[in-house]
Design a protein around this ligand. Structure first.
Ligand code: ZN
Length: 369
């Protein structure tokens, strides 16, 4: 398992690296053939891809297995290679988020497929390549898949202390554009219209929105515009993120941002949206059932909330009870210190196999969730 994570980590699969993504899809496709799926297809979106597999669509219980192939490290980033720090730790791009998780999913299903009762469970696997930018293209595909499934397992990493994630905040990304008119700042300033000033005013107001809200948080993450100090800029833009565990307050903030943008003559576009993922009764029941399996294996299993989002938010919004941190344990994800705790690969695989076996044998009753 470690060798496979190392191999996949060494293939750069940054969201925008089409060649790398293609290469990884081919590798992963080859590896997942061992599950003898009824269907295995590459899904083509406008700017990203996906890998979709399914087996036993007629079985009474249908489970969604999810993950992503992309990482946050561009092709020219210094962090490109997996290295063993010691016998228990592999450091490398995407080792924990989430190539390690993909290997757990693969091996767990490989073991489970050998069980006699495997036939009671049918599965859909979907691996997207735009998760790290908020799944703008794959969201509707995930929503459609979710409708056929009774529960979902996503192999995103556990938290750094090994806890699973119970409740997640919702998150939306926006782009705000300011159009001006270019002119020389000294020769004909009156002919120009500065695009940065209105955007700067808008940003100052956003800080006020933050101060007045206790339920949502707005972050301006990127600001760009202008070419030189002596040119009146004709273009400026910023990107911002809104996060909250309350969908109404996300909507309220969006209305406020639209109002502010209109006031300054700016255009605002929502690029991605993942609704908050509540820890409702049926999700809690699913976690308790998983904990029962962990107890049998004598693993400690705990969970807590996170402000981070993932595709689990999308599945949960479709009413599917979802465990979305069933992947590997490690830490420092999204940084060049990302590491994977190798023993967790085996532990999480055992846990997943037992969980699926208990569902297949009726010891965990999905219909009761
Ligand atoms: Zn991830």
């Amino acid at each position: 398992m470690a060798a496979l994570v190392e191999r996949w980590s060494n293939i750069n699969s940054h969201t925008k690296n089409c060649a790398g993504i293609e290469k990884l899809i081919e590798e992963v496709k080859k590896a997942f053939q061992i599950l003898d799926p009824d269907e295995i297809d590459t899904v083509h979106f406008a700017q990203s891809k996906g890998l979709f597999l399914k087996k036993r669509a007629q079985s009474p219980i249908q489970i969604y297995f999810g993950g992503h192939l992309d990482t946050v490290f561009p092709i020219d980033h210094p962090f490109q290679k997996a290295v063993y720090l010691n016998e228990n730790t592999l450091q490398g791009p995407g080792v924990t988020d989430m190539k390690g998780g993909l290997v757990v999913m693969l091996k767990a299903l490989e073991c489970f497929e050998k069980k006699e009762r495997a036939s009671t469970i049918g599965w859909n696997i979907f691996l997207n390549t735009d998760e790290e930018i908020g799944s703008p293209e794959s969201t509707s595909f995930i929503e459609r898949c979710a409708q056929k499934c009774h529960l979902a397992c996503i192999f995103e990493p556990a938290l750094e202390d090994g806890s699973l994630v119970s409740k997640r905040k919702g998150s939306s990304n926006y782009r705000i554009i300011s159009q001006g008119k270019a002119a020389h700042a000294g020769r004909n300033p009156k002919e120009g219209k500065n695009a940065i000033f209105p955007l700067a005013h808008f940003i100052a107001q956003v800080e006020g929105v933050n101060a007045s809200s206790t339920e949502a948080l707005v972050n301006i993450g990127i600001i760009e515009g202008g070419k030189a100090p002596n040119i009146i800029p004709d273009y400026a833009e910023c990107y911002l993120n809104v996060r909250s565990d309350n969908i109404e307050s996300m909507q309220h903030i969006e209305n406020k941002l639209k109002q502010l943008a209109a006031g300054y003559g700016l255009s605002i576009t929502r690029l991605t949206f993942r609704p908050p993922k509540p820890f409702d009764q049926k999700t809690k029941a699913l976690f308790e059932a998983l904990k029962g399996c962990a107890d049998q294996l004598e693993f400690a299993l705990t969970w807590k909330e996170s402000g981070g989002v993932c595709d689990g938010n999308i599945l949960a919004s479709q009413g599917v009870p979802t465990i979305d941190s069933l992947g590997a344990c490690g830490g420092k994800i999204h940084t060049e210190k990302e590491y994977l705790h190798l023993p967790s690969l085996c532990e999480k695989t055992q846990l997943t196999v037992l969980f699926l076996s208990e569902i297949a044998s009726g010891n965990i009753k999905i219909k009761d969730l």
